[in-house]
Design a protein. Sequence first.
Lengths: 522, 374
Amino acid sequence: MAAESARGDAALLDVRGLTKLFGELRACDGVDLTIERGEIHALLGENGAGKSTFVKMLFGSLEPNAGEIRWDGRPTAIASPGEARGLGIGMVFQHFSLFEALTAAENIALSLDSRTRISTIAAKAQALSHSYGLPLDPYALVGDLSVGERQRIEIIRCLLQTPELIILDEPTSVLTPQEADKLFETLERLRSEGKSILYISHRLEEVKRLCDRATVLRNGKVVGHCDPRGESAASLARMMVGDEVKAVERPPLSERASTDKLLRIEGLDRPPATPFSIPLRNIGLAVHAGEVIGIAGVAGNGQSEFFEAVSGEVRQASPGTIRIRGKDAGRAGITERRMMGAAFVPEERLGHAAAPAMKLSENLLLSRHATDARAFLGRAGVVKTAAITASARRINVAMDVRKSGEDPAAASLSGGNLQKFIIGRELDRKPSVMVVNQPTWGVDAGAAARIRQSLIELARNGSAVLVISQDLDELFEISDAICVMHNGELSEPVPITEATFEKVGLLMGGAEPGHSAAAGAH
Amino acid sequence: MRIELVKRPQQSALFAAISPFIAFAITLVAGAILFSLLGKAPLNGLYAYFVEPLTEVWSLHELAIKAAPLIMIGVGLSICFMSNNWNIGAEGQFVVGAIAGSILPVVFPDFQSPLVLPLMLLMGIAGGAAYAAIPALLKVRFNTNEILSSLMLVYVAQLFLDWLVRGPWRNPEGYNFPETRNFHASAVLPEVLPMSGRAHWGFVFAILAALILWFLVSRTLKGFEIRLLGQSPRAGRFAGFSSARMVFFAFLVAGGLAGLAGICEVSGAIGQLRPTISPGYGFAAIIVAFLGRLNPLGIIAAGLVLALSYLGGEAAQISIGVSDKTVRVFQGLLLFFVLACDTLIHYRVQIGKAPAVQPKAQSHEQPEAAHGHG
């Protein structure tokens, strides 16, 4: 075998029949994949298709049940991330693992095995960041950096180990369009130097633009290898989903669009709750009956803080800050705001919107015990189990929630199905104000389309819908106007007819610092 | 070599149901080993401990007397533990309840009327609840760890009782023994079946408390709130429930029941205050709560089992001559095995090969569906 290992014809990475079982579930089922030197290879698939499982096996954090990994022509067992790095495999994770209270250089030093001095590391990191056009101050505290900058630390940390193969897991999901463009330049430069990149994404346009080849996974199996440049976004989507994805229909706002401000936010300020959370600054917004307003923004710019303030999980000092259906709600808690007709869907499904170990019917009670007390509760607060199970069943049918068993625990549902249930739980009430944070995060395309359509329908039937999302495509699909949240401030809404990716992207990068002044002009 | 606990994808419902029985069986095996190490015949030892006390009517009464405080405290603690409030100080709440309830018969022995007993019970409840409110308040206001504060308050309560019975409350006709005066007749909790034995109404209160709390937890919105805030506090807040109020609710219920247990013990079983009024009921009730799987009905059964171990300990001291400390050993073994069985239902042991997977990398081992902020 030694002759073969010479840097010759052998592909850099050749994976054959890689299989991983989790109990009954075949997370990866005989996956074949070849990556040549100097190639950007896309790994496409919906959430739960097995992409993450696959790369974890490549990176040594999961052990395959069957199959072979050939590195540089040699069969290799990768037992740990350390071994993977030793071979020349580097990884940039979707969720960063950085300590916010340390500097960039200190964070990089933590992942290097050697006892190199911080100053040496900082110098190296700076040199590298310059040569790849990824400006970075190695002495900056991570807590002060934007998400895009944090990603640069991860990339530089990875590059410092001079890998041959770099794995990037959904790298653009946290970037503005402009930041993403910059990243693509860096990746193209790496390719020209002969490095290989495994690029995991579900964004088809960027895969078409960047990648040389693509492998598509569905339910753990490879459904095809292709040249993404020769495919259309629709044909790639069909391969990923295995079915046509129905486009969302957005009927135009009716002429006599209501002037009823069902949700009005005025002068909302919130000091940071922790040293690293974002303060909210003078946020103002009105959502009228019948419309969907989208809030775009890179994650971590105050969206979660904003959601908590609007939902009433955190109350405001002054009652007029939030008005729901014309009534002051600033000092009301979440239950009272629900009683005023509002409904909320937070970002985290498990542990925030739903209790993981509780049954769906109990999770229905979770958000509706006060608004539907008459239907769900008897005398002395006795829970009417039959009534809540019946309502849960109705919601599951309406939203097409697929589950095992009649009334399973929330944690046993897939992310998409649980999200359909959680959205359905609120829609079932026909709320007049609906506030949703990341409605389709990690949800498969079919379920996402259904959720988006139902939000539009709710609005067109006379409710006010506010959607916070990191997914620009989604916001352009469903919103009547888009605001951008940047660094705890909210821009003026841009009507959808005037909104472009570029315009919104610039706002996401903070291009218009004085938008509170602009707000005054309107 | 590396030993790891790996979470099982799903738990066996069968084993989850029978785990307390398995734990009890292993305790018996360990107990048999213990007896043979002590040089006693293991079967005789186990017989003396767990069978002999059940063979006579009077000792069944004694069983009920010992089970009453265990059940009462245990069901109260189950509310605490279910809602994620770690009240370890029931022993102290028991003592303060006993002291508060004894004010009338000890300080005002001339006040004798049918009202005395109900007032004593209410004061016992109030005393225990007030004492439990201290760690609750500290937790809510200052984010203090309630395990430490509630535990340390146990010693304060015990020493306070010691001081009372040696000092101001000592029986003036008691030849300087550290005891209060004996409770007068209308301050004594009567027997349920005076013809057959001395089991008092405390046992009935315990069963009633268990039934009421069972209904509360399993059938009402309040029970849902308790479970929800215990399992996922953030989802509880999203549901509009207040964790601060739940801290008080759980501590007050547990403290009130511990206080009731305390005054029932003093007024029903002992008849006066002494420096020591509890053989560790407040701590043993923690075992009872977990052995009963935090289910009030299960806790009735678990309370009887633990009471049996106390009773058996006394019997074995006499019949086979082992130290009364073996009771503590049995109770410790039982808790250990209950927790171990529960752990092994949720996790399996993996004796590892791969050394030192870097902790950094492990933090990434989250399923794709899990979601954090970027």
